[in-house]
Design a binder for this molecule. Structure first.
Ligand SMILES: *[C@@H]1O[C@H](CO)[C@@H](O)[C@H](O)[C@H]1NC(C)=O
Ligand SMILES: *[C@@H]1O[C@H](CO)[C@@H](O)[C@H](O)[C@H]1NC(C)=O
Ligand SMILES: *[C@@H]1O[C@H](CO)[C@@H](O)[C@H](O)[C@H]1NC(C)=O
Ligand SMILES: *[C@@H]1O[C@H](CO)[C@@H](O)[C@H](O)[C@H]1NC(C)=O
Ligand SMILES: *[C@@H]1O[C@H](CO)[C@@H](O)[C@H](O)[C@H]1NC(C)=O
Ligand SMILES: *[C@@H]1O[C@H](CO)[C@@H](O)[C@H](O)[C@H]1NC(C)=O
Ligand SMILES: *[C@@H]1O[C@H](CO)[C@@H](O)[C@H](O)[C@H]1NC(C)=O
Ligand SMILES: *[C@@H]1O[C@H](CO)[C@@H](O)[C@H](O)[C@H]1NC(C)=O
Ligand SMILES: *[C@@H]1O[C@H](CO)[C@@H](O)[C@H](O)[C@H]1NC(C)=O
Ligand SMILES: *[C@@H]1O[C@H](CO)[C@@H](O)[C@H](O)[C@H]1NC(C)=O
Length: 434
């Protein structure tokens, strides 16, 4: 009898914890088909709501946003109302957020004041990146399906005149630990759409990226995501129409899961570039890229590592001599259409002279790389090649596998360039060497 009561009590408490979990996770889609590297923390239900008022006339709504955030921080929800236009003309430091939701139903537009933003945007030393705002803290969810518009056209045109201007990144997730971002629409970012730095345990789900230039000046460097100094990040169920990397793993990105993406017009899903700065240690480790459709792109799966000595990609892009590791990277279940390279691995990034690259092999090793289940048709731009794997020395490049690669160019070719790599592990037609 006593035993039975205990069982009932255990059952009751189990039901309660499931219900509590059900409530707290109600905003959060399941992480599937692949599980995250580590479980993501869940949020407690929010207990109060603050609405952000909009001046509605294009004047800066930043003071109203900050005051709503302060009022509802620590347990509340901040709502940007439906059918309402908000304007941000101030660089907002939102790294103080704790246990708060931002429900964005309306549209938020950043002012086109290029002088103000260059002066006041947040500066991150890494690659001269700057952000319109920094959003960070603990347990923050941003969702609602509304729009963030970067007013990119003025920046695309200004950049064509002056390559040294600092174009802000639309979304700066800086030092966020626990939280979900999406669904959201991101439009016309001046450069990268999202920088995820110094962050952990963040899920991006349902991000819709779109924005092309309407002048002859292209929207350049519009990466979908760049992860940096971050771990246990999930990016899933998103559509990206852009003109640079769909997702890019920059130095010290570990335990990153990317799945169910539709990318169009991009430079693919890229590791790097890494090893650009002499003596610096770059680590990209434990990455799973799963179920990606890639259209009209330069690459599908890409790994870019600089060689051991200084190389020059172009007048304003030089590097090499960095240290570190690229390890345990898997690209699985990929579909391509009109993509130049199905797979592009190089450890001689920026060095066209392969003899020179081999004389100074990279100090950044590549190991345990898996390309599996890749199908589709390339653009034919690299005929007769569809893939390339170029290492600077077999000593610094090991265990690179390719299996079930069913890719052809429109003319029916399917050759690979293979250099300094164990060809027994590559189940492709290694037809030439670089
Ligand atoms: C909401 O929750 C927070 C954090 O648990 C608590 O500090 C606050 O007093 C609560 N507010 C209301 C209105 O219940
Ligand atoms: C950063 O900006 C400075 C000044 O505009 C420039 O000299 C430098 O090359 C830039 N660095 C990178 C990594 O782009
Ligand atoms: C991340 O943290 C480091 C160390 O605290 C800091 O130097 C850096 O500015 C932070 N932000 C970015 C974008 O790396
Ligand atoms: C793969 O991703 C697409 C979206 O790009 C989605 O429609 C499909 O259901 C995904 N497949 C699996 C097995 O999750
Ligand atoms: C896909 O990318 C191509 C090439 O960049 C572009 O012309 C086209 O408009 C994009 N499609 C969508 C739906 O944005
Ligand atoms: C990356 O991690 C390595 C090893 O912990 C460290 O030496 C290096 O400074 C880190 N780099 C950055 C950019 O944080
Ligand atoms: C390597 O990555 C896979 C996911 O692709 C993961 O399951 C595995 O645990 C990782 N290996 C290590 C040693 O962390
Ligand atoms: C790829 O580009 C072509 C030509 O611009 C376009 O018609 C097509 O819709 C694009 N594919 C996707 C998936 O957007
Ligand atoms: C490439 O580098 C090697 C070694 O330094 C040199 O002998 C050769 O002339 C270079 N080739 C070209 C085309 O510059
Ligand atoms: C880089 O690698 C070379 C061998 O290719 C080695 O002699 C050198 O000491 C390494 N540099 C560093 C800083 O580890």
């Amino acid at each position: 009898m006593k035993f039975k009561l205990t069982q009932v009590a255990a059952l009751l408490s189990l039901t309660q914890s499931i219900q509590a979990e059900g409530i707290s996770r109600s905003r959060t889609n399941a992480i599937a088909p692949q599980p995250p590297f580590r479980p993501l923390p869940s949020s407690l239900p929010r207990n109060r709501t603050c609405h952000v008022t909009s001046a509605g006339d294009g004047t800066d709504d930043s003071p109203a946003i900050l005051s709503a955030l302060k009022e509802c921080n620590n347990g509340g929800k901040v709502v940007f109302d439906e059918d309402t236009d908000y304007t941000i003309g101030t660089a907002l430091d939102m790294t103080f957020l704790r246990h708060v939701d931002l429900e964005i139903l309306g549209k938020i537009t950043f002012t086109p004041d290029t002088d103000y933003w260059q002066e006041n945007s947040f500066k991150h030393t890494f690659q001269n990146a700057t952000t319109f705002f920094n959003l960070g803290g603990v347990d923050v969810n941003v969702y609602g399906g509304g729009t963030l518009d970067g007013n990119g056209q003025v920046w695309y045109d200004l950049f064509a005149e002056d390559k040294l201007i600092l174009r802000p990144i639309l979304v700066g997730i800086i030092g966020l630990h626990g939280g979900t971002i999406g669904p959201l629409k991101l439009r016309y970012s001046p450069q990268w759409y999202q920088l995820v730095a110094n962050s952990s345990d963040v899920l991006f789900d349902g991000i819709d990226v779109w924005g092309y230039s309407s002048s002859e000046n292209e929207a350049k460097n519009t990466d979908g995501w760049d992860t940096y100094r971050s771990h246990n990040i999930v990016i899933q169920n998103s559509v990206i129409n852009n003109g640079d990397d769909c997702v890019s793993f920059k130095p010290n990105s570990t335990e990153i899961l990317v799945q169910n993406l539709h990318c169009n017009g991009s430079h693919g899903i890229s590791v790097g570039s890494l090893g650009q700065y002499p003596g610096e240690v770059d680590i990209v480790k434990n990455v799973l890229v799963y179920n990606i459709s890639m259209y009209n792109a330069s690459d599908m799966a890409r790994i870019k590592v600089w060689p051991g000595s200084l190389a020059e990609m172009s007048e304003d892009l030089q590097g090499g001599g960095g240290l570190g590791t690229v390890q345990n990277i898997t690209y699985d279940n990929m579909y391509i259409e009109n993509v130049d390279w199905a797979i592009e691995v190089t450890q001689c990034y920026g060095q066209k002279n392969i003899t020179l690259c081999n004389e100074h092999p990279s100090n950044l090793t590549i190991s345990d790389i898996y390309f599996n289940d890749l199908r589709g048709v390339t653009s034919g731009k690299r005929d007769p090649n569809v893939g390339t794997v170029v290492c600077s020395s077999p000593k610094v490049c090991s265990n690179i596998h390719a299996t079930n690669i069913d890719v052809e160019s429109p003319s029916g070719d399917s050759d690979f360039i293979c250099t300094n790599v164990d060809e027994d592990l590559l189940d492709v037609n290694c037809a030439s060497s670089a």
